[in-house]
Write a new protein. Structure first.
Length: 264
């Protein structure tokens, strides 16, 4: 397989992930991680590291794509900065801890946990269970602890954190706009520290393919980022023109099939 063909494949993956992220409002990591596992397998990457390499690379892509989203929300004033700062210590420590947990797991165990997580997300999407609004903002210690959980799970599975952060902030009393904007900002430290930790822990691994720095694959990162950003806008455009309920169920079915593939 030529390098050009591989890079075109990464571009296609980025296009699909970006479109689905814009269409359904979910993080691209739910699509990028399993797709990268398949792509790395086709390239002959050792199955002992494919899952870790996929998660680390997914987090690295979120650093770039998430920054664009967070900047847009910041300009519109939809980031609740006091809550972001309260969550931040937990997000950083949780992201690092989540990567250490992942590094201590075999590829099979990490894949099984990822599959279970995806199945839960599929069920949530199929049932249309949105975040439940609340009105009481917790103290800084509780927010920091919540940040630790959000950062840890997100880094463990290579996602940006919106899946967990938006429901939490909504229950804390944030409007949906504030929750989404603040969640976008929270995804940057999670992805940055998570990807950096994956790169350090995977440094010098004898099984790494060419083009990887630790558990971050640079050609995949470049291809996905180049295609996902413009295609996310396409997804948003489609979301306003296609039957949302049917598409949501179809995507839930896709996630369920992906999750079952990892679990079984």
């Amino acid at each position: 397989m030529t390098l050009l063909l591989v890079f075109v494949g990464y571009l296609a993956l980025g296009a699909v992930a970006g479109t689905l992220a814009g269409l359904f409002g979910v993080g691209g990591g739910l699509i990028i991680v399993p797709a990268l596992v398949v792509a790395f397998g086709v390239q002959g990457v050792s199955p002992e590291i494919t899952m870790h390499l996929a998660v680390g690379t997914s987090l690295a892509t979120i650093v770039v794509t998430g920054a664009s989203s967070a900047w847009g929300h910041y300009r519109r004033g939809s980031i609740h900065q006091p809550w972001f700062l309260a969550l931040l210590p937990g997000l950083l420590l949780g992201a690092i801890a989540g990567v250490f947990v992942a590094d201590g797991l075999s590829a099979g165990s990490l894949g099984t946990l990822f599959g279970i997580f995806v199945l839960v997300m599929a069920a949530r999407m199929a049932l249309s269970r949105g975040p439940r609004p609340g009105s009481v903002a917790p103290g800084r210690a509780t927010m920091a602890a919540a940040g630790g959980v959000i950062g840890g799970i997100s880094a463990l599975f290579g996602i940006g954190g919106g899946t967990l952060c938006v429901p939490w902030l909504t229950r804390c009393g944030a409007t949906l706009t504030q929750a989404v904007g603040t969640s976008a900002a929270c995804g940057i430290p999670i992805a940055l520290f998570g990807a950096a930790t994956f790169a350090v822990l995977g440094w010098g691994n004898a099984l790494l393919p060419a083009g990887a720095t630790g558990f971050v694959m640079w050609p995949a990162l470049l291809g996905i980022v180049l295609a996902s950003v413009p295609c996310a806008r396409l997804g948003v455009w489609l979301a306003h023109r296609l039957p949302a309920r049917v598409l949501r169920l179809a995507f839930a079915a896709l996630l369920a099939s992906v999750g079952l593939t990892f679990v079984l």
